[in-house]
Design a protein around this ligand. Structure first.
Ligand code: FMN
Length: 200
């Protein structure tokens, strides 16, 4: 049976969305069945409307990317989670979804499943690593097996060489570049490969 990969993310202005798509592509390229899922938005329309890029992204994805459901987490045998940095931490939107998983945690649904994570911040040193490390705290509690990028492939150096997970500094105002998309694609492939090895 193919690995079931759930790529679950939050993105306000589209950067993490682009990374999530690349992770999903990589996982699918390695033969996994993939579900790309965005978590529900929590912000009020007044906040979203105040930022044209945020409004445009919400409108662009509301029909094209399904919302994440707990059933996606039960279905999956491997996880990739993405979030923008929020003051060096996980976005409230992704955390809110994670905080609905108590029943799954109790049932042991997450045990021994491989998980990896990715992020985007405005500044290169604006908290990418602390964001991924914060997500990892959840994964320890879940009993998952954290799959870092490390320096497991030379292509990772071109994307900034973040061993914790793919990360993109969006301060230039451009979308994630080719090097970081390749790193995210690799992260998806790498995760699925580890999932296959764990399955034996
Ligand atoms: C409330 C808030 C807090 C943020 N905190 C940080 C931060 O601590 N460091 C940083 O570099 N960028 C920070 N940012 C910027 C976002 O992380 C950054 O724009 C990211 O690329 C957005 O990803 P997205 O396009 O997927 O939404 C913050 C943005 C908001 C709205």
């Amino acid at each position: 049976m193919a690995v079931h990969l759930a790529v679950v993310y939050y993105s306000a202005t589209g950067n993490v969305h682009k990374l999530a798509e690349a992770v999903a592509r990589g996982g699918a390229g390695r033969g996994a069945e993939v579900r790309l899922r965005r978590v529900p938005e929590l912000a009020p329309d007044t906040a979203i409307d105040a930022n044209p890029a945020w409004r445009a992204h919400v409108d662009a994805t509301k029909d094209s990317v399904p919302e994440a459901m707990l059933e996606d987490l039960e279905w999956a045998t491997a996880y990739a989670f993405g979030t923008p940095t929020r003051y060096g931490n996980v976005s409230a939107q992704l955390k809110q979804f994670i905080d609905t998983t108590g029943g799954l945690w109790q049932a042991g649904v997450f045990h021994n499943k491989p998980v990896t994570s990715f992020t985007s911040s405005l500044n290169r040193h604006g908290g990418q690593e602390s964001t991924l490390l914060s997500l990892n705290n959840v994964f320890y509690h879940w009993g998952c097996i954290i799959v870092p990028l490390g320096y497991t492939d030379p292509l990772l150096f071109a994307s900034g060489g973040n061993p914790y997970g793919t990360s993109w500094p969006s301060s230039g105002g451009e979308e994630p570049d080719q090097a970081v998309l390749e790193a995210a694609d690799y992260q998806g492939r790498h995760l699925v490969q580890i999932a296959e090895q764990l399955r034996g």
